[in-house]
Design a protein around this ligand. Structure first.
Ligand code: C2E
Ligand code: MG
Ligand code: MG
Length: 631
């Protein structure tokens, strides 16, 4: 009896079945479809072997029974092919309705093919030694015709939808189909070579190794599901419009990699085992090194949180000596998100922006925070588009010198005009650009625009001595800032005396040395500096002593409280005397009325900036303003 090939195929498939079912499984649609294909192939190849045994014992068995076995084998021959269509469709049709439609169509082909296989006559051949065993006749033809129809459909599907399937994935599927087809053709012309079953097994092996190995979904170090698995799983939940709850553990130090001591590694492994074993919990390790726990609903998540918090208090490792206190982020209901795939965005947003998380170690995410995240995302897109499409403009607000009684400087203030012509104020987008890293690029664009403006219009001819350009804290802490700005000034050939850079005290909170290096280098080159926003925040006078600035800008809030609050007067008076004592000049911002102006002038403030004189103006209007007013 010639069933060695079938036996090899069965052994191979059992081997994969064992591994597949032993491994931790994410229960993705594609995984389930693959599992069905694997089982169908196993059934088919077993039936193949059984049919050979039946044919070899034809004389001893009732003919109808042998025919039934052979026909059942033929029917199961098209089963793996049908399952393969389903497997491919899970990749192509993410919407359930579409998927079902294609599935019913394919099932209809089977419903025609299978009755034909059973109804049409079949012949069986077996030589004396039992070496050449095969079936032939119309029933066999019906089986081949159905299988080929499936393959043609599959192939067309793959080609038509090639843009939705990754190339490597498509290639693996096509390889599997080619192997099957090749074997089927050989078997068709050489009936005695029963290759199809074995070819199916080889095909399954390729799919397993290339696409469906559950190991690919696991994080190497922790054995939890990895980021790729998370992305795929969220996509599936999103397609099914399923909601869930999430608990996220953020560790201060990079999790697992940083443990230098064995005791810590042991403790962390214990922690992972504990988390993995929690009922109703799917644990992922995200790319950001967080541990993300996914629950079907809020009740499950809250129970999980309770258990975990309690367990974390006991410590880990030998004698519970290792303590790890993660920050907890809790999203009770994913329906607040427009799309569950936005979870990664949300986590990033929360980690960047939430002070509450750092202060309390716990943050519950509600609809408000999610809306804020979407706003930020929209703003990020706007900044990105503004840079790409050149929607960035600079407006200039004139600054009046009280002694000379004319406008001697101006502040450059950035604006974005979106595609609907709406002007977006800087307070909305500067903060976002500072956080997401676009500020450096944005700052350079603004500075270039100011330099171009100076070069093209030579505002010095109207009595302007310099233009104040805002620098954000991120820019100040960027070591190559001075070189970049000097290069820009040189490229436009403008005098550095025309530039005064405004910094704020927040710039010095972090890397004071870098900030001072940048400032000194630019000052050596000829640029001067102002300290902006004085009167907000801490306004520590030490900053003035330390910082090589020549102008202090009193914030609008500070100026206003001078008019409104008796005590504030004394504070400002004192600050003013000290600043003047240091031979520094003062700009008062936010002066809106003639009365306010007179008070400031009488006080001895050097420069006045505010709506009383002018709002920030576009280039032509600004030039016209100083030309007319400075005559
Ligand atoms: P800032 O540097 O303190 O700029 C002064 C702000 O006060 C400007 O707002 C200006 O239009 C406004 N202002 C001036 N006079 C008056 C007044 O009399 N009444 C009122 N209500 N407001 C007045 P703007 O242009 O919206 O800018 C807001 C902030 O955005 C700026 O505050 C600055 O921190 C930031 N910013 C603006 N342009 C840039 C830039 O190019 N780079 C950076 N890094 N930040 C910028
Ligand atoms: Mg400013
Ligand atoms: Mg200011």
């Amino acid at each position: 009896m010639n069933i060695q090939v079938q036996c090899c195929g069965i052994v191979l498939l059992l081997f994969f079945l064992y591994f597949y079912s032993r491994q931790k499984n994410l229960h993705l649609n594609t995984g389930t479809a693959f599992f069905r294909t694997l089982i169908a192939t196993l059934v088919s190849i077993t039936m193949d072997a059984l049919s050979i045994i039946a044919i070899c014992n034809m004389e001893k068995l009732p003919l109808l029974f042998v025919e039934l076995i052979c026909k059942t084998y033929l029917a199961t021959l098209i089963l793996p092919v049908f399952c393969a269509v389903c497997y491919i469709c899970t990749d192509i049709y993410t919407k359930r309705v579409e998927y079902r439609r294609v599935l019913y169509f394919n099932a209809a082909i089977g419903l025609v093919g299978i009755p034909l296989i059973y109804l049409l006559p079949i012949s069986m051949h077996c030589d004396v030694m039992g070496r050449e065993v095969y079936t032939y006749g119309p029933s066999v033809l019906a089986a081949y015709a159905s299988a080929v129809t499936y393959f043609v459909i599959n192939w067309i599907l793959l080609l038509r939808k090639k843009n939705v399937i990754r190339k490597g994935r498509r290639a693996s599927m096509q390889f599997w189909m080619l192997v099957w087809m090749g074997a089927a053709i050989i078997q068709f012309f050489h009936n005695e070579l029963l290759l199809v079953g074995y070819a199916s097994a080889i095909g399954i092996m390729v799919l397993y190794l290339k696409l469906e190995n559950p190991e690919m979904n696991l994080d190497r170090e922790t054995g939890l599901f990895n980021q790729m698995a998370l992305t795929r799983y969220l996509k599936q939940l999103s397609n099914r419009e399923k909601h869930f709850a999430i608990l996220l553990m953020v560790f201060e130090h990079s999790f697992y990699k940083n443990s230098s001591q064995e005791s810590e590694t042991i403790a962390e492994m214990e922690m992972i085992r504990f988390i993995s074993g929690m009922p109703g919990t799917m644990a992922f390790k995200s790319a950001g090194d967080e541990i993300l726990l996914l629950y079907e609903d809020r009740a499950g998540a809250e129970e999980g949180l309770k258990v975990l918090k309690k367990r974390f208090e006991c410590g880990w490792g030998k004698d519970g000596q290792v303590f790890r206190h993660p920050f907890w982020i809790y999203l009770p209901d994913s329906s607040v998100l427009q799309d569950v795939k936005d979870i990664a965005l949300l986590i990033r947003h929360v980690r960047q922006n939430s002070k509450e998380l750092i202060d309390n170690g716990f943050l519950q995410i509600g609809g408000e925070l999610v809306q804020e995240m979407y706003q930020t995302q929209k703003m990020e897109q706007l900044i990105f588009d503004a840079i790409e499409q050149d929607w960035i403009t600079v407006h200039y607000q004139p600054i009046y010198a009280t002694a000379e009684k004319k406008f001697t400087s101006a502040e450059a203030l950035v604006r974005i005009t979106d595609k609907n012509g709406r002007m977006v104020p800087p307070n909305d987008f500067i903060r976002v650009a500072e956080k997401n890293g676009m500020m450096l690029h944005l700052g350079e664009i603004i500075f270039e625009k100011v330099c171009r403006f100076i070069k093209e219009n030579n505002p010095a001819q109207y009595g302007l001595r310099y233009i104040e350009v805002n620098l954000s804290a991120v820019q100040c802490a960027y070591a190559p800032l001075a070189d970049t700005y000097i290069a820009i000034m040189e490229r436009y050939g403008i005098s550095p005396q025309m530039i005064n850079l405004e910094i704020t005290e927040t710039a010095v909170f972090g890397t004071k040395k870098v900030v001072l290096d940048n400032m000194n280098r630019l000052i050596d080159y000829g640029v001067s500096f102002s300290l902006d926003d004085f009167g907000t925040g801490q306004s520590n006078l030490n900053y003035i002593v330390d910082m090589p600035v020549s102008i202090i800008k009193f914030d609008r809030g500070m100026t206003n409280s001078y008019f409104e609050n008796g005590k504030a007067k004394y504070v400002m008076d004192a600050a003013m005397h000290m600043i003047h004592g240091m031979q520094l000049k003062i700009v008062s911002e936010g002066i809106e009325t003639g009365e306010q102006y007179e008070i400031m002038e009488a006080l001895g403030i050097n420069y006045i900036q505010g709506y009383y004189f002018s709002k920030p103006l576009e280039e032509p209007a600004f030039l016209e303003f100083i030309r007319v007013r400075n005559v």
